[in-house]
Write a protein that binds this ligand. Structure first.
Ligand SMILES: Cc1ncc(COP(=O)(O)O)c(C=O)c1O
Length: 318
């Protein structure tokens, strides 16, 4: 299989975690690893996190571990303790560097699946599933598009803003492996000439992009910038990039706001971005037929906020 991968991707490193190896052991991600009956592959029944090594530092580790624990709770998938993930990540980073992968722009992905149906890997629920860390170079396409202005289309997500409250079994705010719908939305966007997507509910509330959080900037009467992001009440994923940007913006004296946001509010904003761990921030220059001014200074400011990595406590929606 290895010949199908370019030299760049051969630097990828996997670290498997199980009850016998709580600190993880290295595996070759280009060789088969997963049983075909693993519920992660059969039903997309698993959770994950993707984080970034930037300027030689692993970014927002604690918020990502916290969100993994939150997804585990929502989906009722047992996961190993935090120190196990930390040890496996360290081991993977060492190995990645040894293989000449460098120390920067590494994507670090944590995955936990429910494991093989009826055959728990351990009697202890914390080790019953399948767990691994995957380190790869950030894809070249993501690197090339960082900070570039993007066009976005608004797409109906097909449920209303109360669905998350009414139907918790939809697991809306967990970061599960079930991203087929998100990827289909990307294909739709590409086929219609757009770079990305912003989802909205059937009753007209802005949600998120398939793999990013939406940020709006408006200026208040006295000229103070105000950053707003859609409310979490609709069941969107709490973004760690958004949290980190908000923490630094608050410290810089900016105002913060949380939706509900309508598509009309989006169009009335001064500037808009999509934010995520690997892409960082992308200014939006067009939503369907509406053009937006992009502002390089504000984009650079958001990037600086993100790089501050104020991870300990993010401002919370009231
Ligand atoms: C649905 C969704 N929303 C938002 C985000 C952004 O989250 P973060 O900033 O923590 O990467 C992601 C990240 O992959 C995502 O999948």
């Amino acid at each position: 299989m290895a010949e199908r991968f370019g030299e760049h991707s051969l630097k990828a490193v996997g670290v498997r975690i199980d009850a016998e190896h709580p600190e993880g052991f290295i595996f070759d991600p280009h060789q088969p690893q997963l049983r075909v009956t693993d519920l992660g592959s059969v039903r997309g029944d698993g959770i994950f996190e993707t984080m970034l090594v930037l300027d030689g530092k692993l970014r927002k580790l604690q918020p990502h571990l916290d969100r993994l624990a939150r997804s585990a709770e929502i989906t009722e998938i047992g996961i190993p303790p935090e120190e196990s993930w930390r040890a496996a990540i360290d081991r993977g980073l060492e190995e990645f560097k040894t293989r000449g992968g460098g120390g920067d722009n590494i994507s670090v992905r944590l995955t936990a699946t429910r494991g093989v149906d009826g055959e728990p890997a351990s009697e202890d629920p914390r080790w019953a599933g399948t767990y691994w860390v995957l380190l790869t170079p950030v894809p070249e396409k993501v690197m090339a598009n960082r900070l570039k202005p993007i066009s976005v289309t608004l797409l109906d997500r097909g449920y209303d803003s109360k669905a998350s409250e009414r139907a918790p079994w939809l697991l809306l705010s967990a970061k599960t492996l079930s991203y087929a719908v998100n990827m289909a939305a990307y294909r739709w966007a590409a086929q219609h000439g757009f770079d990305d997507v912003i989802f909205y509910t059937s009753d007209g509330q802005v949600l998120e992009a398939p793999t990013s959080t939406v940020l709006l900037l408006t200026k208040t009467a006295d000229g103070t910038p105000k950053l707003t992001t859609p409310t979490l009440k609709t069941g969107i994923l709490p973004g760690t990039s958004q949290g980190s940007i908000f923490a630094a913006a608050e410290r810089a004296g900016w105002e913060l706001g949380y939706g509900p946001i309508t598509p009309e509010d989006l169009k009335a904003a001064d500037h808009l971005w999509l934010a995520s761990s690997l892409r960082l921030v992308s200014p939006i220059e067009r939503i369907d037929d509406t053009e937006f001014a992009t502002d390089e200074d504000y984009t650079a400011q958001l990037l600086d906020f993100l790089k501050e990595d104020l991870a300990s406590s993010y401002p919370q929606e009231g």
